[in-house]
Design a protein around this ligand. Structure first.
Ligand SMILES: Cc1ncc(C[n+]2csc(CCOP(=O)(O)OP(=O)(O)O)c2C)c(N)n1
Length: 378
């Protein structure tokens, strides 16, 4: 592990935006008309509120983990704009394949907050029946794939899915999230290559949040950028200021529309920063300097949008406080309900694995239920 003095200097907040990298909202909230996707004000407010709600949830889940009430959380502190902006750019018929940091995108798709909190507790109403770590959700009715934590697995899933959709004559597009660290996985190579060759309607969303746990992005690649990695596969690669929700929306939306018309995949590098630890199991003070975090806070995606909304008289401090309180109350009620629910019955461990339960699982289930553990529950 690196010590603070050994840390390689990483790209700066200033390098996240520039003439060649689309930015709509400057860090002071000023709007750059040239790239503005010109959304309705109500849509812009929805994006802002979704980012705020995501951050409120992140803060509270981290506290619950510290209190020992949930086992784990992996959050998106600082990365809200690239997650919400890109999710919002997907059309209703499109599919989203998550990495593990995108609960904000799941909620954007309409997944009930209660179900998400139930997943954090692995209780009887958890969509994956408590068989996974917290933050391993799935949302088929919401056209949202499953979190699988081995790095990069979702990339090939998304490519296969969108290629199948294209083969059936549908105009569905898939997007897939991954960190810049995942560009070193074999699935990234396989997915980009297959997507490029088959012209699949896949939007590769690389969240370059500068760190893959303790590995800085400079140690991840010798390429000039992560977007440049598309060139070798014949997949156009673009960078966007990922701390700007409107710029992210615009760039992703254009790629989606192109893919839906048969224009093939796009690799989008969303330049952002992981303000928090990798997960609640990580303490980033062991490998990165705090000054760096403070500098990135100045490009904060939520603050940026808030400044913009205040500038155009569409939002004020009082509304902000009231909205945060609303989010906190909604979450508190979900936590209370989740904590009151039972754990899934032990025998359900064997259900839903095969369409017809094979004999050896029947035997194992029977043995488990006849043993002492079943009486005590688990
Ligand atoms: C195949 C595999 N190797 C290692 C890990 C352990 N691991 C979990 S997250 C992570 C870093 C991923 O970084 P990145 O892709 O940049 O995404 P980020 O967490 O920054 O969003 C690693 C190495 C894993 N989950 N799967």
């Amino acid at each position: 592990m690196q010590t603070q003095t050994q840390v390689v200097p990483i790209r700066t907040p200033e390098q996240s935006s520039g003439d060649d990298i689309p930015t709509v909202l400057q860090p002071d909230g000023t709007l750059n008309e040239a790239h503005d996707p010109k959304l309705e004000l109500s849509e812009v407010l929805d994006l802002y509120k979704a980012m705020v709600r995501t951050r409120v949830i992140d803060g509270q889940l981290e506290r619950l983990q510290r209190q020992g009430r949930i086992g784990f959380h992996i959050g998106s502190l600082g990365e809200e704009a690239c997650i919400i902006g890109s999710a919002a750019a997907m059309r209703e018929q499109d599919w989203i394949f998550p990495c593990y940091r995108e609960f904000g995108a799941l909620l954007w798709r309409g997944f009930p907050l209660q179900s998400y909190v139930d997943n954090m507790y692995g209780n009887v109403d958890d969509v994956v029946q408590g068989r996974q770590m917290p933050d391993h959700y799935t949302g088929r009715p919401y056209r949202f794939g499953s979190v699988s934590s081995p790095i990069g697995t979702q990339i090939t899933q998304a490519v296969g899915f969108s290629w199948a959709a294209m083969s059936k004559g549908s105009d569905e597009v898939s997007s897939v999230y991954f960190g810049e660290g995942a560009t070193s996985s074999s699935e990234f190579h396989t997915g980009l290559n297959f997507g490029g060759v088959m012209n699949s309607p896949t939007i590769f969303l690389c969240r370059n949040n500068r760190w893959a746990i303790s590995v800085p992005s400079e140690k991840q690649t010798a390429s000039e950028s992560f977007a440049a990695k598309g060139i070798a596969y014949g997949v156009p690669g673009v960078q966007v200021d990922g701390n700007d929700v409107l710029a992210t929306y615009k760039v992703v939306r254009e790629a989606v529309e192109k893919a839906a018309k048969g224009g093939g995949p796009t690799l989008i590098e969303m330049l952002t920063y992981r303000v928090g630890g990798h997960s609640t199991s990580d303490d980033p003070r062991a490998y990165r300097v705090q000054d760096e975090v403070e500098r990135w806070r100045k490009t904060d995606p939520i603050l940026r949008m808030k400044l913009h909304l205040e500038k155009i008289d569409a939002w004020n401090e009082e509304q902000d406080e009231a909205f945060k309180k609303e989010c906190e109350a909604e979450l508190k009620a979900c936590i209370k309900a989740a904590e009151a629910k039972e754990k899934p019955p032990l025998e359900t461990m064997f259900d839903g694995v095969f369409a017809e339960k094979p004999w050896h699982l029947e035997e194992q289930q029977a043995e488990l239920l006849s043993g002492p553990r079943a009486k005590d529950h688990h």
